[in-house]
Design a protein around this ligand. Structure first.
Ligand code: PLP
Length: 457
């Protein structure tokens, strides 16, 4: 556990937040490292929040923040949008688990089917991790092959197969406890090397290629132009399923997700976050012939050898279904995505102007609603406003580092928190609820943090 009293971080953050510090000390006696999601770990201690509304949230010490965590990306409409609150509140009084199908789950599935291009069939799960695990298993059942191709830094949750190829030098799983036989069935490739994809697919043992369609780790490492279309063509040629992990991108880049935005239709996709309106819930959607492996049939041979069973206590639970229906109905016309993208664009421009004005080597980048910031003091490989290079191992590793525990980015983030803005790393998820005033405050806090940083060097 970090000693909050001796940590060298800014005095103001520590001194001004005694209640968060005290909760963290209690939490460390219960939860390993004191946190309930690894991404919420922060030194000297994380914030403890009490409530949120629109683009803002408040902590136990009474501070208000412009929030860019936005439910880890689930809250495209901001916190507590009235339609979702009304639908979930009403369902709460009608029952949270009815031990039966509901009309809500049917409406929820119909909405996914209508919005998402590849969604000939849909199945709900409780988390994005479950959804990517199911998609991989379905691809294996359908093709009769075992191997999985993924890309460096592409995050697909925390199940065994997703642990491969996450951290440079990408040679061991990011987690202990993963059987060697399991990790050996997954090949992690550089996310810019089409020859490596061609070579891997030519072995004709690959069940699926799975990727985050807008690039590794929430778009931190975008694919080079044309890469994904080529992967689509190659997978089709080799009878390999292409899985888009749209847990982040689904419904965000367009009502039909990244597949609509890019005009590339995968065979299967995993959906999460926005799909359940801010409550727990996720889904797999895709081609009817692949999804058919979830069917129960009369044929005992099918049930014994070809079928993928799918229990799950909270699958399509009525509370998540009510929130999900309200959310998907609210975002179906694309207006929320357009507003959140305007916010994203203004933040990127403002951050780049601040980096240029303070002469800090780095870049704020991203597409649509997303913004990421890479600070690269020594090697100066990224420049404000210029497209980030992601076509070599060195650049990919630098970008992934900015998404991880980069000490400079962590320090800048804390200074922003002190100024009333809570970014996720130095970026996050702008929502349709963020205002022009929020953008101004955020850019101002970033610029101020850069100035303090320069003075402290
Ligand atoms: C791209 C991607 N896939 C899968 C997951 C896992 O989803 P969950 O946290 O719901 O298990 C996440 C979570 O952030 C994600 O970003």
């Amino acid at each position: 556990m970090t000693d909050v009293h001796t940590h060298p971080a800014i005095g103001g953050y520590v001194a001004g937040r005694p209640k968060s510090a005290a909760l963290y000390e209690r939490a460390c006696r219960i939860f390993p490292s004191g946190v309930t999601h690894d991404a919420r770990y922060a030194e000297p201690f994380p914030l403890y929040a009490t409530r949120a509304a629109g683009s803002r949230k408040w902590d136990v010490d009474g501070y208000e923040y412009v929030d860019y965590w936005m439910g880890h990306g689930a809250l495209l409409l901001g916190h507590n949008p009235p339609a979702v609150v009304a639908a979930a509140s009403e369902q709460l009084t009608r029952g949270t688990h009815l031990g039966a199908g509901t009309e809500l789950e049917v409406r929820w599935g119909e909405l996914v089917q209508r919005l998402v291009p590849c969604a000939e069939r849909v199945k709900f799960t409780s988390s994005g991790t479950e959804a990517t695990a199911m998609a991989i298993r379905l691809s294996r059942a359908f093709t009769g092959r075992d191997a999985v191709i993924k890309f460096w830094g592409h995050f697909h949750g925390w199940h065994d197969y997703a642990t491969v190829g996450m951290r440079p030098p990408f040679d061991v799983p990011v987690s202990a406890g993963v059987p060697a036989a399991v990790s050996a069935s997954v090949r992690a490739l550089p996310p810019y090397d089409l020859d490596a994809v061609r070579a891997a697919l030519s072995r004709e043992d690959v069940a699926c290629v799975i990727c985050e369609p807008m690039g590794a780790s929430t778009g931190t490492v975008p694919f080079p132009e044309g890469f994904l279309q080529e992967v689509r063509d190659l997978t089709r040629r080799h009878g390999t399923a292409l899985i888009f992990d749209e847990v982040i991108t689904g419904f965000r880049y367009a009502p039909g997700g990244a597949q609509e935005y890019l005009g590339i239709t995968p065979d299967l996709c995993a959906l999460g976050k926005i799909v359940a309106g801010g409550l727990p819930g996720a889904a797999v959607a895709g081609r009817a012939d692949i999804m058919a492996h979830l069917e129960m049939r009369e044929d005992p041979q099918w049930n014994r050898y070809r079928r993928v069973p799918h229990p799950g206590t909270f699958n399509a639970n009525p509370l998540s279904a009510a929130a999900g229906v309200a959310m998907l109905e609210s975002i179906a016309d694309g207006a929320a995505q357009r507003r959140a993208s305007v916010v994203g664009e203004r933040l990127r421009r403002g951050f780049n102007d601040a980096l240029a004005a303070e002469d800090i080597p780095g870049c704020c980048y991203g597409e649509g609603t997303m913004f990421h910031t890479v600070i690269d003091l020594e090697k100066r490989r990224f420049h404000p406003g210029e497209p980030v290079r992601c076509d070599g191992a060195e650049h990919v590793e630098a970008l992934l580092k900015s998404h991880g525990k980069d000490p400079v980015a962590s320090q800048l983030r804390l200074w922003m928190v002190e100024r009333g803005v809570d970014p996720m790393r130095l970026g996050g998820f702008p929502s349709a609820a963020h205002t022009d005033e929020d953008v101004q405050e955020t850019v101002g806090a970033f610029r101020e943090a850069l100035r303090v940083f320069k003075r402290s060097r």
